[in-house]
Each structure stands twice: as structure tokens, then as C-alpha cells.
Ligand binder design. Structure first.
Ligand code: SF4
Length: 348
């Protein structure tokens, strides 16, 4: 708390009392760096100053505003929870930990953060920063991703909480982890906790915290068909229970391996019969684009074709739009990169 007095980070949501604004900031900052999340936070507050504004917004608009921030289920849950607050709770943000954790997309960390920051309730936060500070200071080797470890840290964090000022305490320990006791190169030399820090005294700073599981990523191969006819192009909304739900994409087929042979690729689409008669020419195949997600690696190629005659693909859930309107739709980052990066195309 002493360290916090002189070293805290000045952030726009600090000292905020409106639970809705605190909630927005917490959801936007989940798994996101502050510098990356900040412009999104400002945009959301400007566009939706109150929970009713967010609840009444069209889903496509919310997704478009979230575009580029990743982990899109956060945006869907945020929108669903705003509707729930307005429709079921009369627009009143829940003011208990139990009520807050009922909101879609809110887990124990976010519920504790909102409960303490907005309502001064005595709930300790436990995020990556807190895990790191506690495991180093107390020299705890229990894996932070094991249930035994989680329980231990949860109990410890709750015992340490300064109950008469939970908001300030929670903010202080998170800021300390984010800016001082950082994952790489923590500032041990100037640390006010140095004399009592077990990790520092035992030369184990680099080994703590301990994680038991390594993330395994599976690789998926997406093949997009960019269909052009005059100023028209065709896109679809992803509606499956999969990554990027409710974002838009070009018609896509997923295959076991990356395929770059144009004719074979077109055959893999379930509407390829219509194409045979429509008379098209293949223009380009892009080099592979990659995006790393937490558990998946996506490798994508874009096959660009030009039709001689327009097509109706509505029955396949694919709609025709004017290319100049592409920027109105929210696309995954990978497609955004492709759109911004046309100079990387390879001529066939
Ligand atoms: S001495 Fe180093 S490892 Fe220990 S709390 Fe301070 S910054 Fe973290």
C-alpha cells in the first residue's frame, strides 16, 4: 500500500465508482495488455455511456467495435449480460459478489474486482499478477494452474486482503505485479519487499510461479474463397460454436492440410457445382497467413476468383455485398491482415 501511494499507474478507470464502467474496463482488459485495451475502453464508453445503450446496440455494431481485440466471446457475453441487466434487473447493476458473478463472462476474478472497486466489498482479486507476487514473496511452488494451487492462493489472497480498503489493496497488488514484480526482469534491486521475499532470498525469482501444464496448440487449415464480380464480393457470418462466432468471413472450407491448387480447392466447397457453370477465372492465391490463438494455430490461404456473371449464394448462408462496404463488417484479425495486405499476393 505504501508502494502504491507513490508508484500507481494512472488509468482512466481508476477511482471510477460506476459498476458498469468498471465492468467494461475489466472485461476489455481480460487477457489483454493495458495499452492495447485502452483505446477500446474509451470507444466503448463513448459509444455506450450507459448499460442501456450497450443492451440496445445491434450485435454487429458491438462486434465491429470489438474487432481486433481478440477473444470475441468476451464481446458476445458483454452484450448478453447488458441485455440481462436491462431486461431482468431493471437496468440496475448487481451490487453483491453473488449477483455479479451471475453475469455472463464474469468469473471469480472479475466479480471480486467489480465488488471491491464499485461496492467496497471484501473480495480479494486473484489474477496472473497476484499469483506471481504471492508465489514469489512466499516462495510457494504449488502450480498456479492446479486446483490445489488455486485453492491455496485463493485462501492466502483473501487472508491478506485489507478489509477496510479492499479496492485500494486489490489495485495495489495488481499494479505491483504489472509494473514492479513483472514476469521478466522484476525490479528486485529497488523492491520494498526484497528483505522478506523468499524467491529473492533463495534465488528462485525466475522459477516462480510454477505452471504444470504446457499449452498444446492444434493447427487448423482454413481456405477462403474471395469471389469478385464487378464491385461485388461474398461474405458469411460465422454462426457455429467455434472460434470467431458472429464475426464475418469469406466463404471458407477447412481441410486437413494447406491446399493451394485452385481447381481442387474450389471443388472442396459445397457450392462448387454452381461455380462450374458460372464461368470464372482464378486471379490469385495468397501466401499463407497465420494467427496464433491460445489453443489453436490458424493457417489460411485466400483464393481470389473473378466471376463473369453474378451468383446467388443465399441458400448457403452467403450474402453478396459491395466491396466498398467491407469495412462495415467485423472480421477476424487474420482476414483484416489479408485485406490490408494485398501486396503480398502471389500471381498464379
Ligand atoms: S524482490 Fe523481486 S521477486 Fe520479490 S517481490 Fe520484489 S520484485 Fe518480486
Amino acid at each position: 500500500m505504501e508502494w502504491y501511494r507513490s508508484s500507481h499507474r494512472p488509468l482512466p478507470w481508476k477511482g471510477e465508482k460506476d459498476p458498469y464502467i468498471i465492468w467494461l474496463s475489466e472485461i476489455i482488459l481480460q487477457q489483454t495488455r493495458v495499452e492495447q485495451g485502452m483505446p477500446y475502453f474509451k470507444r466503448f464508453v463513448k459509444q455506450y455511456p450507459q448499460v442501456r445503450d450497450l443492451a440496445n446496440a445491434p450485435e454487429d455494431e458491438v462486434m465491429k467495435l470489438w474487432e481486433g481485440l481478440g477473444y470475441y466471446s468476451r464481446a458476445r457475453h458483454l452484450h448478453a449480460a447488458a441485455k440481462y441487466i436491462v431486461q431482468e434487473l431493471g437496468g440496475h447493476f448487481p451490487d453483491t459478489y453473488e449477483g455479479i458473478i451471475q453475469l455472463k463472462g464474469v468469473g471469480p476474478y472479475t466479480a471480486a474486482a467489480i465488488a471491491s472497486f464499485a461496492f467496497h466489498l471484501p473480495h480479494a482479486v486473484l489474477d496472473g499478477n497476484v499469483f506471481r507476487v504471492l508465489s514469489r514473496f512466499f516462495g510457494i511452488k504449488l502450480p498456479i494452474d492446479s486446483s490445489k494451487g488455486k485453492n491455496h492462493f485463493r485462501q492466502l489472497a483473501q487472508n491478506l486482503l485489507i478489509k477496510k480498503d479492499p479496492a485500494r489493496y486489490n489495485q495495489a497488488i495488481m499494479d505491483f505485479g504489472a509494473t514492479h514484480c513483472t514476469p521478466q526482469k522484476p525490479a528486485c534491486a529497488t523492491c520494498p519487499l526484497q528483505k522478506k521475499c523468499r524467491a529473492y532470498l533463495n534465488d528462485q525469482v525466475g522459477e516462480l510461479p510454477v505452471k504444470s501444464k504446457k499449452i498444446k496448440r492444434r493447427t487448423r487449415f482454413f481456405h477462403y474463397l474471395v469471389i469478385n464480380h464487378q464491385s461485388e464480393t461474398w461474405i458469411r457470418k460465422r454462426s457455429e460454436q467455434d472460434i470467431w462466432k458472429n464475426l464475418y468471413e469469406f466463404p471458407m472450407v477447412e481441410l486437413e492440410n494447406s491446399l493451394r491448387q485452385a481447381e481442387t480447392l474450389i471443388d472442396a466447397f459445397d457450392f462448387s457445382d454452381i461455380f462450374a457453370s458460372a464461368n470464372y477465372e482464378v486471379e490469385r492465391v495468397s501466401p499463407p497467413y497465420q494467427q496464433l490463438l491460445t489453443h489453436q494455430k490458424i493457417v489460411a490461404v485466400f483464393l481470389e476468383i473473378r466471376l463473369k456473371k453474378s451468383l446467388d449464394l443465399n441458400s448457403f448462408g452467403i450474402k453478396k455485398i459491395d466491396r466498398k462496404n467491407l469495412s462495415k463488417f467485423a472480421f477476424p484479425k487474420l482476414i483484416d491482415c489479408y485485406l490490408k495486405d494485398k501486396s503480398l499476393y502471389l500471381n498464379l
